[in-house]
Design a binder for this molecule. Structure first.
Ligand code: NAD
Length: 262
């Protein structure tokens, strides 16, 4: 039981990657405070995982709500060893078409809430020599068309992870990020089949990640097995960020009907 006796707070726990992480932590013996905007999905999660999970409805877009959730989790669990900053939203607009209110909302959830939750949790994490893992994105590592706010927030998050790792390493707190590539979750589910196919076509492994494949790496980073690992951002992306983006010349030639040797 890798997480026996460990106490964890997971944000965005009711769905997708956060749900998969919560399941892994609980199966490993942790007790978890699952925080999310969606009360109904949290109730389903609690029914599935039983008394090892407590739930908390919160809107992380509200900066005043973040610190109280962390303090409530510490009070309810009796401490905190692991903070998983996972909640996040996307947004699609070029800068000239992006409503500043939408920019602010993405920043509030994807970046500000991570700062505020980490800030509130750190004193307890220092006492217990704990760990923070943040769900960033490959979209924080390069630019995407019309991902203006999301690109900026996730890049900022990766920078924050490096800063926190350096500042609190000597206090025994490890801080890391996981950057998923295209992952099959409710966040990506509404896309049309042609859009999904286009995303998958860009991935060297030619498939989306399952949320459990991302959760495995998050859980590893949260565990004592990653005891000398801090300040890192691990892309879990089927090879996406290893690729320059240039086409497969042989596949292109085959599609164009030309000889592979020409
Ligand atoms: P998801 O939509 O399935 O889960 C996100 C969860 O966050 C949901 O349960 C949602 O209710 C919660 N949430 C959203 N806004 C909130 C708020 N204001 N307050 C509290 N909770 C809120 O999506 P997912 O794909 O599991 O995303 C999890 C993380 O992974 C996000 O940070 C996302 O940016 C990141 N990510 C996802 C992908 C992907 O392809 N799915 C790729 C890269 C990064």
């Amino acid at each position: 039981m890798e997480f026996a006796g460990k106490l964890a707070l997971v944000t965005g726990a009711a769905s997708g990657i956060g749900l998969a992480v919560t399941r892994l932590l609980v199966r490993g013996g942790a007790r978890v405070m699952a925080a999310d905007l969606e009360a109904g999905k949290l109730a389903t999660l609690a029914a599935e995982l039983g008394p090892a999970v407590q739930t908390c409805v919160v809107d992380l877009a509200d900066p005043a709500a973040v610190e109280p959730v962390v303090h409530a989790a510490i009070a309810a669990l009796g401490g905190l060893d692991i903070l998983i900053n996972n909640a996040g939203i996307g947004s699609l607009a070029r800068a000239t078409e992006l409503d500043p209110a939408e920019w602010r909302k993405v920043m509030a959830i994807d970046l500000d809430a991570v700062f505020l939750a980490s800030r509130a949790a750190l004193p307890t994490l220092i006492e217990r020599r704990g760990a923070i893992v943040c769900t960033a994105s490959i979209s924080g590592m390069a630019g995407d068309y019309r991902f203006t706010a999301y690109n900026a927030a996730k890049a900022g998050l990766i920078g924050l992870v490096r800063n926190l790792a350096v500042d609190y390493a000597a206090d025994g707190v490890r801080v890391n990020a996981v950057s998923p590539g295209y992952t099959r979750t409710p966040l990506t589910a509404p896309s049309r089949p042609e859009v999904k196919a286009a995303f998958i076509d860009a991935v060297p492994m030619r498939r989306a990640a399952e949320p459990e494949e991302i959760a495995e790496v998050i859980a590893f980073l949260a565990s004592d097995r990653a005891s000398y690992l801090t300040g890192q951002n691990i892309a879990v992306d089927g090879g996406m960020t290893a690729h320059t983006g240039q086409p497969d010349v042989f596949a292109l030639r085959a599609r164009l009907g030309a000889s592979a040797s020409s």
